[in-house]
Design a protein around this ligand. Structure first.
Ligand code: ADP
Ligand code: MG
Length: 695
């Protein structure tokens, strides 16, 4: 048996390989670029490129690619081989520093939201040396950022890196005020827990909806769903266990710290969690994880569904974004410390996050808004569309005591004095019980639970980092001017608690009563992508994002349009697939089954006096449902044609929400009813029970 420690990271050009293959001078120079962003000299780039190429060829690679993350949500790559003609008719393998540092993919076919007119289809990719290159399927992958020639971000990596820089800058200002002069950089870390479904590939092939849209557009509930609660953490079936073992191995080779795997709440649903990493690396790794999950599934004749809601009526899949801020000295700024001073600093960062989430609820909500995730947020299992923060009773008690200037009941009988008192110990146990909160403090990190399973984690982290950076900026502006630091700090923390405590909610987030209460508190409830996305262009958001250099105004407007177009196109494809399945598969099957039943009645009646009550009722009901499906399909055809006449993204998205989606629901309702009345042998594709329990 091969040992994990032997093959972990074997396909990664990591620090160990860099040290071994680069001269000391080149290595040091590259390290400076990685750690501090110092520009890279071309001679260094040439040396790194040569070493990378030799290493990659040694492991069987023939090609290289600039791997990037355009606004499609999936990664993009164009492969070039290393070959270069030699005078004697043979080839040599070449790779220059220039090729490493910059690529020029034809950018015209990637969404740009009007940023880059197609006639000047030029975009370029730039090497991100902070994320290691790796080999996959015989190709050297170079993580890159994707920009237009005029420097606008066309991807999700550029703004993510900018947002990390913003929080670095502002957090350092705060740390200086607390007297820390050793810290050189502050970075955010993320551990994204990834949920997914596995279905049998042969069954999948028979369902156009799964093939075209990643989710079932039809399907009545099976007799057994998730009500028995027997799947969560249940024992893993052998076929799934083999898949998971294979997946772990592939991920480990790529240096991805896959750590935890278990069954999830819904049948056929599972989760994989890595050990957390710096945010931009976590984003690259999560993207890669999703890709490898799907590829490995093929080898096991399975399909990995990453859609947020593959099956109506059972839990959907999300991604929990565990997020923290830490220094290059290894200090987690969201971890309560052991001294009063450390705790004052912790409380300041804590209330900064609270204020950021309250001030920028809309940005957080829209960062996870997609057609797929709309089925999940606010449905019975997932966090609601309303954003609130769970802190746990103990920490909430501490904040209340500070706000009201009264003794903290759980601690000493005296009033809390910042900079004097030590916080009461609160264990992770008491913070982590609530699973219904969209944004929960879990002891030393926040867990943002609204992300969809297929989403890139970048958007959520861009907005989260930006919002927190903005609040830290406001805090630093104030505290840097303070005459009495401790008093100002105390006042600032108190004021922030008072102004933003409305966002704290420790109860059950699925409860209808909470939604009513949230409304009273003035919290936003942006139910769909169409409701949420336009808010990115609100003045307060544009001002904030541009002031920290995260987006330009043009980039913000282009992103709104790209995300809305994605929503519109996704639903449009679903509608077209539904019409196709209804017209070509379901309606003919039901019509035939009902005709067969009707002829059976005729035969029966010809030989006996049987009343055929059952058959007559069935045929009548099915005939009605066939008519209902036909008219619902026609209605859906009509609204999808009407959608084509709306050219602007915002009104088109509203039309999708108000007209297309309800028409889809109507068609589905009739078809699902027909399914329950039709013989299983006559149904044209595998049903929910087979898909959910068939692996
Ligand atoms: P859960 O109870 O939600 O399964 P875990 O403690 O197992 O929680 O952590 C879930 C994820 O959070 C893992 O990916 C883990 O690496 C990550 N995580 C743990 N600590 C941190 C941290 N300080 N910053 C960011 N992510 C973290
Ligand atoms: Mg979790």
């Amino acid at each position: 048996m091969e040992k994990v420690t032997d093959y972990f990271g074997s396909m990664v050009f990591d620090d160990r390989i860099m040290k071994a293959t680069l001269s000391e001078k080149v290595y040091k120079s590259l390290k400076r670029t990685i750690d501090r962003g110092t520009p890279l000299d071309i001679s260094v780039a040439n040396a790194v490129a040569a070493a990378m190429k030799d290493w990659a060829i040694g492991l069987g690679a023939t090609h290289y690619t600039h791997w990037f993350q355009p606004m499609t949500g999936v990664t993009a790559e164009k492969h070039d081989s290393f070959i270069s003609p030699a005078p004697d008719g043979r080839v040599i393998m070449e790779f220059s520093g220039k090729e490493l540092v910059k690529g020029e993919p034809d950018a015209s076919s990637f969404p740009s939201g009007g940023l880059r007119a197609t006639f000047e289809a030029r975009g370029y990719t730039a090497w991100d040396p902070t994320s290691y290159a790796f080999i996959k399927d015989g190709t050297l992958y170079i993580p890159t950022a994707f920009c237009s020639y005029t420097g606008e971000a066309l991807d999700k990596k550029v703004p993510l890196l900018r947002s990390m820089e913003a929080i670095n800058k502002q957090a350092l200002r705060i740390l200086r005020l607390f007297g820390s002069d050793k810290v050189k950089s502050v970075k955010t870390s993320v551990g994204p827990e990834q949920e997914y479904f596995l279905v049998d590939r042969d069954m999948w092939k028979k369902r156009k909806d799964l093939i075209m849209t990643g989710r079932t557009l039809f399907g009545a509930m099976p007799p057994k769903g998730q009500e028995m609660d027997d799947h969560y953490f249940g024992s893993i079936k052998p076929r799934v266990a083999e898949y998971m073992a294979d997946l772990d191995k592939e991920l480990w080779k790529l240096g991805i710290l896959a750590k935890t795997k278990h069954n999830e709440v819904a049948p056929a649903q599972h989760e994989l969690a890595p050990i957390y990493d710096t945010t931009n690396i976590a984003a690259d790794h999560n993207q890669l994880t999703m890709e490898v999950m799907q590829k490995v599934a093929q080898r096991h004749n399975l399909v990995c569904l990453l859609h947020e809601k593959p099956f109506a009526g059972v839990n959907g899949s999300g991604k929990h974004n565990n997020w923290s801020i830490s220094t290059d000295q290894g200090e987690n700024l969201l971890s309560p410390g052991e001294t009063p001073a450390e705790n004052a600093q912790f409380l300041l960062f804590l209330v900064a996050v609270i204020k950021a989430v309250d001030d920028y609820q809309d940005l957080l909500r829209l960062s996870v808004a997609t057609a797929g995730n709309d089925h999940r947020l606010g449905a019975n299992e997932a966090p609601p569309a309303v954003i609130s923060i769970f802190l746990g009773d103990e920490l909430t008690g501490v904040l209340e005591a500070i706000e009201k200037d009264v003794p903290y009941a759980g601690g000493k009988k005296e009033k809390m004095k910042l900079g004097v008192d030590v916080l009461p110990q609160f264990s992770k146990d008491t913070t982590d019980r609530n699973r219904t909160s969209p944004f929960a403090f879990t002891g030393n990190k926040f867990e943002f639970r609204m992300l969809g399973s297929s989403n890139s984690i970048s958007c959520a982290n861009i907005h989260l980092n930006a919002a927190v950076a903005e609040v830290l900026r406001q805090f630093a502006d104030k505290l840097e001017k303070a005459k009495d630091f401790n008093k100002s700090l105390h006042d600032l923390i108190r004021k922030t608690i008072k102004e933003h405590k409305r966002i704290i909610f420790n109860g059950n987030g699925y409860d209808d009563a909470w939604i009513a209460e949230a409304e009273k508190r003035g919290l936003l409830n942006l139910k769909t992508t169409a409701d949420a996305m336009p808010h990115i262009c609100d003045k307060k958001n544009v001002d904030m994002l541009t002031s920290h250099g995260i987006f330009t105004e043009a980039e913000i407007f282009s992103r709104r349009d790209i995300m809305l177009e994605n929503y519109i196109k996704t639903v449009n494809i679903e509608a077209a697939t539904m019409i196709d399945m209804a017209r070509k598969e379901i309606i003919p099957a039901v019509a035939k089954f009902s005709a067969d039943t009707a002829s059976a009645v005729a035969v029966k009646k010809s030989v006996s006096n049987a009343a055929c009550v059952y058959e007559t009722k069935l045929v009548t009901e099915l005939s009605q449902l066939v008519d209902d499906m036909d008219s619902a399909a026609s209605e859906l055809e009509a609204v999808t044609s009407e959608l084509k006449t709306i050219s602007e993204a915002v009104p088109a998205s509203v039309f999708v929400r108000d007209s297309i989606l309800p028409a889809m629901d109507k068609l589905r309702a009739a078809a699902d009813k027909a399914e329950t009345l039709t013989a299983e042998s006559s149904w044209p594709f595998p049903t929910y029970d087979k898909l959910l329990f068939g692996v």
